[in-house]
Ligand binder design. Structure first.
Ligand SMILES: CC(=O)N[C@H]1[C@@H](OP(=O)(O)OP(=O)(O)OC[C@H]2O[C@@H](n3ccc(=O)[nH]c3=O)[C@H](O)[C@@H]2O)O[C@H](CO)[C@@H](O)[C@@H]1O[C@H](C)C(=O)N[C@@H](C)C(=O)N[C@H](CCC(=O)O)C(=O)O
Ligand SMILES: Nc1ncnc2c1ncn2[C@@H]1O[C@H](COP(=O)(O)OP(=O)(O)OP(=O)(O)O)[C@@H](O)[C@H]1O
Ligand SMILES: N[C@H](CCC[C@H](N)C(=O)O)C(=O)O
Ligand SMILES: [Mg+2]
Length: 429
């Protein structure tokens, strides 16, 4: 891609080199560096970009972890906006500045030049904060090279993207490598595998002792949370559900407290305006209760499935093609643990055979547990709604607020929410 900084053209692709443009070498393109040199172009690395782009005093907030990045980032963005700051947000749902969506989703964490292009846009809009999700791919591919983080937040490390990182140990090492410097950081100390440099580290938790310690919580029309920090007690409420969201919201409150001079009481107050992220524990219908959620890892699914203990769960889910295939039986196993009825369907098959993806999933469902297979996601949603009764909750998992279904290299329009609403209309008609 190309980036124009004060008239100088930077690119990370030799195919885009033009007169006087500067080649920004990265881990992904260093194999093409000589092409740039042999054509007389200056070659720099992402760290050098700061000599051309004055980053001013913008504070970059980085959130990494297997799950919770988008939710926590969105909560921090919401709190900072409501406290009157100018803020940019970059992540799985796209690029946003001061409440407006600037770009659709491309990568959860863009490549180096993509990050600098967004920071440049944020600076042009006088943003004081740049909140960004940091994916494991981004850490491994050094896409965040050149960025100085004002704070680094860790949500949790379980398993994802093992198709890319190959082993859980490597995945954990990659995630932990983001936390090994002496930056200000906020760590979920309840996480079993996190390793971090304790210099400038603050912690948050529900169970173990920590700086931001959740002492009590209750769920009644949303959540009510009591926590302590520096020997003082505080409280926040939210309409969001799920114990995992207590972690996300505690992390967001603690982060804003650590990077601003705002009082914790004021931060907790404005948090109540945050209604959550579309496609994450999003209630689509009340009777029957139908919830759409983005959970697509065994741990994320476990967190959602255990949030409805009083309900008979009808779970509709699949697994992405060309992603970690070893998680698929674990997904089947965790759904079987909590659900009264299971409909295994397609997610984004990409270049894989949807039936074979489904076979991988059902191989983890214990033989004594009944399930249904419906490869067509639209039909699977309809079947679930026809099965539902007052005690049911239909959980449609894995795609969240995605607006397409990826089949081969085609992104076909598809949204769980609109399919649910269409099915409800047809069935009620
Ligand atoms: C699997 C993966 O991460 N692939 C990334 C990787 O692809 P690649 O190495 O094949 O890229 P490439 O096409 O060979 O190009 C590599 C570099 O060489 C340069 N190049 C290329 C050809 C040439 O002749 N000259 C040249 O200079 C390119 O401009 C580029 O800078 O490097 C590319 C450029 O840096 C990324 O765009 C690409 O992300 C692809 C599009 C992707 O889909 N990645 C997904 C898996 C991803 O990153 N997902 C994460 C996590 C999602 C989540 O959990 O939320 C994300 O952050 O979105
Ligand atoms: N703190 C958490 N711990 C475990 N599961 C969570 C947590 N927060 C959210 N989840 C579950 O994981 C799903 C994904 O949440 P979210 O989109 O915030 O994570 P993410 O880290 O951005 O994911 P991705 O890397 O796929 O973009 C949610 O829909 C929910 O089911
Ligand atoms: N429904 C998506 C969720 C994963 C999205 C993102 N985490 C990625 O890995 O690209 C899939 O499994 O295809
Ligand atoms: Mg995300």
């Amino acid at each position: 891609m190309k980036l124009n900084i004060n008239g100088k053209i930077f690119t990370d692709n030799t195919n885009e080199l033009e007169k006087d443009s500067i080649f920004v070498v990265s881990k992904q393109n260093e194999k093409f560096k000589d092409v740039a040199i042999n054509n007389g172009h200056e070659v720099i690395n992402a760290n050098d970009l700061k000599k051309y782009l004055d980053m001013g005093s913008i504070k970059i907030v980085g959130i990494t972890g297997t799950n919770g990045k988008t939710t926590t980032a969105a909560a921090i963005y919401s709190i900072l906006l409501d406290l009157g700051y100018k803020v940019a947000l970059q992540g799985t749902r796209g690029f946003f500045i001061n409440g407006d969506q600037e770009e659709e989703y491309s990568l959860t964490t863009p490549v180096q030049l993509g990050n600098f292009a967004h920071i440049q846009k944020a600076l042009e809009n006088n943003c004081q904060f740049f909140v960004m999700e940091v994916s494991s791919h981004a850490i491994e591919q050094k896409r965040i090279e050149g960025l100085d983080f004002a704070i680094k937040i860790h949500t949790n490390i379980t398993r994802d993207h093992l198709d890319y990182h190959k082993t859980i140990e490597e995945y954990i090492n990659v995630k932990n490598s983001f936390l090994n410097d002496d930056s200000l950081k906020l760590i979920n100390i309840d996480d079993k595998v996190v390793k971090y440099n304790s210099k400038n580290a603050f912690t948050y938790s529900l169970d173990k002792p920590s700086n931001f310690k959740v002492d009590a919580y209750s769920f009644n029309q949303g959540m009510h949370v009591m926590f302590s920090y520096a020997k003082n007690n505080y409280a926040f409420s939210s309409l969001m559900m799920g114990i995992f969201n207590i972690y996300n919201l505690m992390a967001s409150v603690a982060t804003v407290s650590l990077i601003t001079n705002n009082k914790l009481e004021d931060i907790c107050k404005v948090l109540e305006n945050f209604g959550g992220v579309s496609g994450r524990m999003e209630i689509i219908n009340l009777d029957p209760l139908i919830v759409v959620d983005f959970a697509h890892t065994p741990d994320g699914m476990d967190e959602v499935l255990k949030s409805f203990p009083q309900k008979d769960i009808i779970c509709v889910f699949g697994a992405g093609g060309n992603r970690d295939s070893l998680k698929r039986p674990l997904m089947g196993k965790v759904v079987a643990k909590y659900s009264k009825h299971i409909i295994v369907t397609s997610d984004n098959p990409r270049f894989e055979d949807p039936d074979l993806i489904i076979n991988d999933i059902i191989s983890g469902i214990p033989s004594n547990i009944s399930y249904e297979i419906e490869v067509n996601r639209k039909e699977a949603i309809r079947k679930a709604i026809k099965l539902a009764n007052k005690n049911s909750v239909i959980l449609v998992l894995g795609k969240g607020d995605e607006s397409t279904q990826i089949i081969y290299d085609q992104k076909l329009p598809f949204s769980d929410k609109s399919e649910i609403l269409k099915a409800l209309k047809e069935i009620e008609a």
